[in-house]
Design a protein around this ligand. Structure first.
Ligand SMILES: Nc1ncnc2c1ncn2[C@@H]1O[C@H](COP(=O)(O)OP(=O)(O)O)[C@@H](O)[C@H]1O
Ligand SMILES: [Mg+2]
Length: 365
């Protein structure tokens, strides 16, 4: 599937905007603050049902308005018309009704719609797939573990409905279990109540662990990039009855669940076969900026291939303003990868795309 058309209404800085995308490489050119990242965010929203950077979702509604909408149609790669219509409706949780006196009415903050029918997140997401790459992704190497867990979740949620379901259920269960641990500590509640949540977390948690393992195994089979051999090592936190038993007193004392995939991480390693130092190094500590960028590129390419191999569907590649961060060598790799599927690129500076052939340019003011 690829994205064909998108219509933004009161979404971020766009009051009303329609954009059409071909199958080729599409470059969105515009000055700073013209809304390039907002368009990428809207496309990502249609794919995943979520924003990649809004702290609260109502932030995406135009600040003078009460309701924002993103509508889009996605089509099979080689077809023009028959497709699926996707829509995300965003609100601030209430709207004004009547004229005078004005009143407010509570409404849903978000509605996800497929071909006119409201859907739950698990059923909305993944209709068409994207791989997003922006300058912020550098912190997957250097930043805290949450960023790496989010990365794994984004990849796996796209291709696996069961993963989406398990991860929502796990998060909910985790909050409940932590609340209960707090009450056991504070109110002396019986531990027996934990049993239900233990089972729920073990069942869903193990699925998350297993799928994360699948992706990491896949990535580690990917070839080297620019003569640099990368791999990632899964630092997993297994959840099991034995492990929960082992940490039970500490968990009550901390009023928090201490084992499980919410504590997972992975370690990025690099090895340079031509260097006199044959040993693997940890990329975050011993890698140069250039090596770290190459590592992220390697990981993003692994993400693309994984999604393709799992779903037999090529994801759309979204590249938000990455060229100023990359040197010539990296740009060439990105250029090659862009040719393989629909790719939407944003940039403020069109000279970065001079090397690209067969592109379609969309200009923003
Ligand atoms: N909810 C909103 N309502 C109106 N404008 C918004 C909203 N959220 C962000 N913007 C505006 O969008 C612009 C930034 O868009 P962005 O996509 O980040 O630009 P670019 O990526 O082209 O530099 C800013 O001018 C910002 O004020
Ligand atoms: Mg931007």
């Amino acid at each position: 599937m690829r994205i064909n058309k998108i219509r933004l209404s009161n979404f971020r800085n766009f009051k009303a905007q329609i954009l059409e995308f071909s199958e080729k490489i599409i470059v969105i050119v515009g000055p700073n603050a013209s809304g390039k990242t907002n368009i990428i965010e809207a496309i990502f929203l249609l794919s995943t049902g979520k924003s990649f950077h809004a702290r609260v979702e109502e932030e995406m509604v135009h600040y003078e308005e009460e309701i924002g909408r993103v509508k889009g149609s996605v089509v099979e790669a080689d077809k023009e018309r028959v497709g699926t219509n996707l829509e995300v409706i965003l609100t601030r949780g209430e709207i004004t009704v009547g004229v005078s006196p004005k009143k407010t009415e509570r409404i849903a903050r978000k509605k996800l719609v497929v071909n006119g029918v409201a859907r739950r997140l698990v059923d909305f997401a993944g209709r068409f797939k994207v791989v997003l790459f922006g300058p912020w992704d550098m912190s997957i190497v250097t930043g805290p573990p949450t960023l790496r867990r989010n990365f794994l979740d984004t990849v796996l949620s796209q291709v696996d409905r069961e993963y989406r379901r398990a991860s929502l259920s796990y998060e909910k269960g985790l909050r409940q279990r932590n609340r209960l641990l707090f009450r056991i500590r504070e109110e002396g509640l019986s531990r027996s109540q934990l049993l239900f949540w233990d089972q729920l977390l073990i069942k869903n948690g193990n699925y998350l662990t297993q799928r994360r393992e699948d992706f990491i195994g896949f990535a580690n089979k990917r070839p080297s990039l620019n003569n640099q051999v990368f791999n990632i090592e899964y630092d997993k936190s297994i959840i099991s009855q034995t492990r929960l038993e082992q940490y039970k007193d500490e968990e009550v004392a901390a009023a928090t669940t201490l084992v499980g995939p919410h504590r997972d991480d992975f370690i990025f390693k690099i090895q340079n076969p031509n260097s006199k130092f044959q040993k693997e190094r940890e990329l975050s500590r011993y890698g140069s900026r250039g090596e770290q960028r190459m590592g992220i590129l390697w990981l993003k390419i692994a993400e693309l291939s994984f999604i393709e191999s799992e779903s037999e569907d090529k994801p759309t590649l979204l590249l938000d303003d990455i060229f100023s961060e990359l040197d010539h060598e990296h740009r060439k790799i990105v250029l090659d990868v862009s040719k393989n599927q629909q790719t939407i690129i944003t940039t403020a500076d069109p000279h970065y795309i001079e090397e690209f052939e067969k592109i379609e340019i969309i200009k923003l003011k």
